[in-house]
Design a protein around this ligand. Structure first.
Ligand code: CP3
Length: 345
């Protein structure tokens, strides 16, 4: 069987048409997702129901023919598995019990205990590795420690990650103990996903951009390096995609510094800049602005061609710069793929 396009790009091959998938490709812009989610009850029940989680993972593959499927789950399942309370408020987002001091960190469960909660996720991976079409790659994922910590400390999403910065600067030892615990849990979680059949894993550091200077090195680069190193030692050859979102200059050299095989780019950087400064070191992923999936039209067609052409000199995985939003039009997703693949023989 021919090697999957996504795996070829991750090995560093330059392809005529890049493989494509979308962050949040299983989501509320799809009527079939909303129907399955209603069947499950709520978002977390959907995440922990392997049959239904596998079903929503497969929906965008069937509808659009993406080159990769991403496991349906959430980065906040790891805090929950470590003992945090987690719930989702409709229309607002996640809520968690907060961690504000050393007592909170020490009250977390030991890392070995996470599988008790996360076993259904590994079951979803197993179903998917049986049911996905032969040419579609399966991506597992986890949140990077800093991003996960921002939610565990504040108990919710925050505009500036203020509470996490306050713990970091006010009680560095407790902050680092929390980051260590999350780092170790993430290694075990991703390793179990790989054992279950994930062929690639992605580390989402959505709030990496708020770490500046030495903090970026200590809390975005170093944990990613430790996680990627441990995974590659246990699973030789496993490709890893890192997404230090809004890292700006921090994208330069990120792959080399962490051992990542591919760096995912948000849409704040131009493809020309990223081709010159990031893709020169290996595969990049991105970076269409998600808003085009709402507005469509010629601007979408032009933006897809621009990104495809700018990255055509090296290995590239086509994606959005962040997740697709619930108000997106599925027809625009189809137009995006049709435009991307217009020259495929
Ligand atoms: O990409 C995918 O399709 C795979 C599944 C996936 C989800 N979340 C499903 C989800 C992935 C990879 C994530 C990652 C995630 N989750 C991140 C990192 C990436 C990013 O977006 O920056 C973060 C920060 C979270 C935490 C989270 N989960 C938030 C802040 C929210 C609420 C915001 C929202 O969109 O409602 C979620 C909920 C969530 N995770 C949904 C989905 C499909 C929507 C839930 C629903 O159906 O109501």
């Amino acid at each position: 069987m021919a090697e999957k396009l996504l795996m070829r790009a991750l090995r560093g091959e330059t392809l005529d048409v890049p493989p494509a998938w979308m962050m949040r490709q299983a989501g509320r812009y799809l009527p079939e997702y909303k129907a399955t989610r209603a069947q499950a009850g709520d978002f977390l029940s959907l995440c922990y129901n392997p049959d239904l989680a596998a079903e929503v993972t497969l929906q965008p593959i069937r509808r659009f023919g993406f080159d990769a499927a991403i496991l349906f789950a959430d980065i906040l399942l790891v805090p929950q598995a470590l003992g945090a309370d987690l719930w989702f408020v409709t229309g607002e987002g996640p809520r968690l019990s907060t961690i504000t001091d050393r007592v909170g960190v020490d009250a977390l469960k030991p890392v070995d205990a996470i599988h008790d909660t996360l076993n259904p996720i590994y079951e979803t991976v197993k179903i998917l590795s049986r049911e996905l079409p032969d040419d579609v790659a399966l991506i597992g994922f986890a949140g990077a420690p800093w991003t996960v910590a921002t939610y565990m400390i504040a108990g919710r999403g925050t505009p500036d990650q203020g509470p996490a910065h306050a713990l970091k600067d006010g009680d560095r030892a407790s902050f680092e103990a929390l980051l260590d615990r999350i780092t170790e849990a993430t290694i075990e979680y991703l390793s179990a996903q790989i054992d279950a059949g994930a062929e690639v894993v992605k580390l989402f550091d959505s709030w990496a951009g708020s770490l500046k200077g030495d903090d970026f090195d200590a809390y975005a680069v170093a944990p990613a390096k430790r996680i990627i190193g441990a995974l590659k030692e246990r699973h030789p050859g496993i490709p890893v995609i890192a997404f230090p979102r809004e890292a700006g200059q921090g994208y330069v050299g990120f792959a080399g510094r962490t051992g990542a095989d591919c760096v995912a780019l948000d849409n704040s950087v131009t493809p020309e800049w990223a081709a010159e400064h990031v893709q020169k070191d290996g595969c990049v992923q991105g970076n269409l602005a998600p808003g085009h999936m709402v507005t469509g039209g010629q601007a979408l067609v032009d933006a897809v061609r621009h990104i495809r052409d700018a990255f055509s000199g090296g290995p590239h995985i086509f994606n959005l710069g962040h997740g697709i939003t619930p108000d997106a039009d599925p027809d625009n997703v189809a137009l995006m793929l049709e435009t991307l693949r217009e020259h495929r023989g």
